[in-house]
Design a protein around this ligand. Sequence first.
Ligand code: AMP
Length: 396
Amino acid sequence: MNILVINCGSSSLKYQLIDMNNEKVLAKGLVERIGIDGSQIKHETIGKEEVKIQEPMKDHKRALELVLASVTDKDYGAVASLDEIQAVGHRVVHGGESFADSVIIDDEVMKAINDNVEVAPLHNPPNIMGIEACSELMKDVPQVAVFDTAFHQTMPEKNYIYALPYEYYQKYKIRRYGFHGTSHKYVTEKAAEMLNKPADQVNLITCHLGNGSSISAIVNGKSYDTTMGFTPLEGLAMGTRTGDLDPAIIPFIMDKENMTPDQMNTLLNKKSGVLGISGVSSDFRDLEEAAGKEHRAQLALDIFESRVRKYIGAYYATMDHVDGIIFTAGVGENSISMRASIIEGLKNIGLKVDAEKNDVRGKAQEISAEDSSCPIFVIPTNEELMIAKETLELTK
Ligand code: AMP
């Protein structure tokens, strides 16, 4: 069974066609600049050369038409016709409180995704455009929505209600939702396999450290707490997002700089984090390179590292027991020095990496020392495969 996985951003569309008989990627690609000048698709069928298609794409429907044409192209495609695609899995950012699991998309589901635009005005509209385009172009193919928030719906009330007047939760659904759920779930299942335990019996601290970063406390295989909140802004310092901040700072800056809420949102989401601190880059490779020369680049890394440590420490101290600590995503999978220094600062709770085992990038491997109080793993995330698995489960 071949499943097409679609992840739509406001002007982008990422896709993978996966053969679920062997979980192999058949083709993948990225469409950029949808609706703006210079639209292009970078398409690659595995085993063939990458092709670039430059053509105006006024909307997501046109982009998807060209993606489907690429996937079925007789020279650089992966399948002979669309009949060879049995289902489509969509990444949908916000399922709000409506979805604790992935679902087959029907009218009622579309209405609920639309209702959640209120809490995810930046994220859900492009996801909706992607689903609508697929419904038009692949009429009889079942489509599944996989939500970033769904995995975290198991959090207890005490971990998702903010200390605001309760009426704001009732009126506007302001609460912690958590994000990166597909990734936290994927590495939880992988870690359970590596630990040789049933997935519903593992307690983990999963650290998704990338451009966007979040940490989750997993109890009995389910999300118990997580660092992202009402939006993906809360928690760790990220590439360009602030993470935790005294909320009083926001009206203070708005007043001083005469800023609108939109401008403030851009500042908090796009200009802050390690980019804002360092003034160098949001990319951790650039920061690691600049750290020896530029104080603020080193400071950005120190702040990132210390927040990761703080949350690992907090979750570790409040969980009954922890079976494993997992590092995943761009930084978690690849930055040997970042992993080493995060764990070095947690020796008080007995955590220890083995320098030799930690010398690894992008490969699932245990990296803890024999005498570490708890096993530590690197597990590459694979959100597309997780979306395809959930889609298969619901449509097979
Ligand atoms: P992601 O959002 O998961 O794609 O992660 C992107 C982040 O991972 C970027 O900030 C990259 O700089 C970082 N990253 C990727 N490779 C490395 C590496 N070898 N060392 C440090 N950071 C890396």
